[in-house]
Design a protein around this ligand. Structure first.
Ligand SMILES: Nc1nc2c(ncn2[C@@H]2O[C@H](COP(=O)(O)OP(=O)(O)OP(=O)(O)O)[C@@H](O)[C@H]2O)c(=O)[nH]1
Length: 306
């Protein structure tokens, strides 16, 4: 598993250190971050662990795989789980381009015995100078009104305002989460940052570049497979295949004289270099795997089903 850089690239959220002669007993637990597509789950997890582990784009449905992000303190280990946005049908993250929130999820959430924290994210958008139109802001109501309505909906929950983008409210969130942690030994080695290997992140960074580089259906029709990942002293050599579901998309992804693929590859390479702190040589190719989103064997090969 990837253990991260020497210094985190984002400032991780830390709780205040309390002075005490006795070392505190160790606490550890798992925290699932769930919600509708595009609400900021990946941005929040990255902010909380202080690393850009999960890819983030303005497009709904970017996250396709569960990723653990581990935050280690001297006396605690918090294992966050960033999940794909919740859709109307199981496994349709790879199928759907028009996701709808699954209402039965509320009932499932309420049925859990574990502590529940409801987050009102993107509160920075409710502040003065918000880019949102006045009409939208009026429709949303004030921050307090929104918090009150969520508290009414989930009386048993702690309802907290946060901004994953600016970090506002995340220290209070960490304090609240830590207060819920049971006494437990660490579940993972204390220097471990995630459960995913390096090549997973290489694939995700290429997928992120695809999401920002192409429009409409194309990003949702692409899947990335890392076919080689070789770390040498000075450089990491990565070979990636982008699978598309139709022949027509192959031309779009490659672009005129390969320009589109070159731009996307270059963006992904720069992200990989920043992430791995090493020079990266990235070789990409594009193949058709016909209608892979409807093909159970392909979904299995790409890790969506078992
Ligand atoms: N203004 C503002 N934007 C945010 C905030 N948090 C996330 N965003 C933006 O919202 C968009 C979606 O964020 P993600 O973290 O990818 O959302 P997600 O819930 O993981 O999305 P899925 O992968 O679709 O499930 C991105 O453009 C983020 O930059 C926030 O606190 N404030």
């Amino acid at each position: 598993a990837w253990r991260g850089h020497v210094a985190p690239r984002l400032q991780p959220v830390r709780a205040a250190v309390e002075d005490s002669a006795e070392p505190a007993p160790h606490r550890a637990g798992f925290v699932s971050i769930i919600g509708m597509p595009n609400v900021g789950k990946s941005t929040l997890m990255n902010r909380l662990v202080g690393e850009r582990l999960a890819i983030m784009t303005p497009k709904a449905g970017t996250t396709r795989h569960r990723i653990l992000g581990i935050l280690n303190g001297d006396d605690y280990q918090l294992i966050y789980s960033d999940t794909p946005g919740i859709y109307s049908e199981p496994q349709c993250a790879a199928h759907s381009t028009t996701p709808t929130w699954c209402c039965s999820c509320w009932t499932q959430v309420e049925a859990q015995a574990c502590p529940l924290i409801v987050l009102l994210n993107k509160v920075d958008l409710l502040r003065d100078g918000s880019p949102l139109p006045q009409e939208t802001l009026r429709r949303l109501g004030t921050e307090q009104e929104l918090l009150d309505s969520w508290q009414q909906r989930f009386p048993q929950a702690s309802v907290l305002p946060v901004s994953a983008e600016t970090g506002e409210g995340t220290e209070a969130l960490l304090a609240r989460v830590r207060a819920c942690l049971p006494l437990h030994e660490p579940f993972f080695p204390k220097d471990q940052l995630t459960d995913r290997p390096e090549r997973f992140f290489a694939a995700e960074m290429l997928r992120e570049a695809i999401f920002t580089g192409y429009r409409q259906e194309v990003p949702y029709s692409c899947e990335v497979a890392i076919t080689a990942f070789k770390e040498l002293d000075e450089i990491i050599r990565v070979k990636a295949t982008i699978f598309v579901s139709h022949e027509t998309q192959q031309g779009i992804v490659i672009g005129r004289k390969g320009a589109a693929l070159k731009a996307v590859g270059s963006k992904a390479r720069k992200e990989m270099e920043a992430f791995f702190c090493k020079q990266v040589y990235l070789q990409t190719s594009v193949k058709v795997r016909k209608d892979w989103r409807q093909d159970p064997a392909a979904l299995r090969d790409f890790g969506y089903t078992h």
